[in-house]
Design a protein around this ligand. Sequence first.
Ligand code: TNX
Length: 531
Amino acid sequence: MAILVRSALSAVVALAVTALMPATAAPAAPPPARTVLAPVALGDVVPAPVSVTPSAATFTLTSSTVIFADPSLAGSAQAGGYLAGALRPATGFSLPVFPPPYGLATAAGIFLLHGSQTGEAYQLDVAAQTVVITAGTSAGLFAGIQTLRQLLPAAIDSPTRQALTWTIPGGRITDAPRFAYRGAMLDVARHFFTVAQVERYIDQIARYKVNYLHLHLADDQGWRIEITSWPRLATYGGSTAVGGDSGGYYTQAQYGEIVRYAQARSVTVVPEIDLPGHTNAALASYPELNCDGVAPPLYTGIGVGFSSLCVSKPITYQFVEDVIRELAAITPGPYLHIGGDEAHSTPESDYLQFLHAVLPLVGKYGKTADGWHDYLKAAPAAGAVGEYWGFGGPDASVAAAAQAGSRIVMAPANRAYLDMKYDANCPLGLSWAGYTEVRDAYEWDPATYVGGVPASAVSGVEAPLWSETIRTSADIEYMAFPRLPAIAELGWSAPSVLGWPSFQRRLALQGPRWRAQGVNFYPSPQVPWPA
Ligand code: TNX
């Protein structure tokens, strides 16, 4: 019944819109001072949509454009508010958001409607008087909104009012993601980034339909999340960073702020506490976590693999359970990432013993375990996620876990690591996995990259940004752009629409958008950036 009512309302809205179209004629002529640019080509979007059918029509956003949000779709009003907020600064238009059918008399508008699509699928129809995004969920509306933003002139991303005619190309886009998981990881442990910096990055990744933000919250150099039962983790363990730079941590309230900011942009936060290695900040904060009872000094170098929790001490498991319990309680998303990588100073049998004790704790607090692929050798329960960070080719342990029901997120270091230098001259980043130019980041297939892992076990992709050399938002952006959109496209777009020449051309069009936003990026010589 509820479904019938919803679809009936959508049909009424659609009918009302159609009926009103002849009555509304052309929008008011724009003032002569506005510059008129050729419209963007429908489909010149990153990530590439599944199906694009252009028409001769164009829609023009004006000071009288309104946004209608179908109240039968949960979250549509918030999506409408987000869209209005994105378009207001450059247009200067008020773009009020109404639920239909009220206000339909004003006609020309943007409609966010409830359709029969599932998940993040959406349809976008642009005609002379109407822009209609139809989706079955608010995540689908959100995906359609990100497409719509890229169909406006690049100056739409300017923070100040621009005298342009805001044209949107006509036609139909039908779109849905290839993979459910499309992630970006930010290492806030090696260097700390403030709530505002993380939110800035969330805004940037959401544009490319990235739907998970993995926060690497603890490592040797810093513990960045308040744990009320072990307060020194943050206040002492979080007090420094690589190179002795200043540290910091998120209170649980601030973490909640990040989680909600992400949620409002259709992004789910995946928190990571790296265990049992990468734990010097915790070991320095609490001597009792060390086998010899002696706390090591805080660490500000960039070595890996030298620290380990004390696997034989009961207090270790009390500590881990407290951390998992508190983190699970402030994390609405399904995943809790427990690291597990590079535990070079934890003997293999200790490593397995530790994980066999810790994995059930993740389930106990209602979360699905996620970890770097190293931890798959502890055979987590079916459905657990392993994040692959190798170089591709066959991997027996990852393949066995995939066959036993683990889900694999592909983040190969030689393709998806945003902290790898682009080339030898790159002022930031590391190069242990080689140099990674944009084309290297783009030309690989997540479904076949690891031998023995069937495509059906791959839940998606992730682009990790480790921050040993990354200290500012400008640094984050220089390494993420233009490679993050490459990984995002591999995660979203159907194999049939992928291809370097097309991506290269569509990516080039992002340059002016980043300039308008004030986003730093690496002007790769592989991309024909417009002058
Ligand atoms: C390896 S790959 C790490 C991190 C480093 C990164 C630097 C992996 C799971 N761990 O600890 O920050 O290399 O590129």
